[in-house]
Design a protein around this ligand. Sequence first.
Ligand SMILES: [Cu+2]
Length: 127
Amino acid sequence: MNALQFSVIFSDIVLTILIAWYFWFAPKAQTRVAVSASGAQEVAITVKGGYTPDVIIVQKGRPVRLTFTRQESSACSEKVLFPDFNQNASLPEGEQVTLEFTPEKSGEFGFQCQMGMLRGKLIVEEG
Ligand SMILES: [Cu+2]
């Protein structure tokens, strides 16, 4: 193996590792939600092959208003569930659907599609 072959193979390996790291370990998009003038914490979430953003940070004891817009027709994402808050909603394609509830305890709470394939996380912090 000459130096050129070595460097091509070596850079291939490095690139592969970087791509794997990016998909498996890179931090997901986090959104820390500001409290609006109405006192609610409002977030718009796009549903398309997943939830964007998928990590949402809110404060305890203030209403959370999550507006989902589903931009795909895949049956997988037609419902969203927040089991810890007894909330769920159907998401017709292209329509805005708002879920509103007030988290009364802090912690990390998952949300997901009805099959659990798409997942996100609501992080509730002490206010
Ligand atoms: Cu699903």
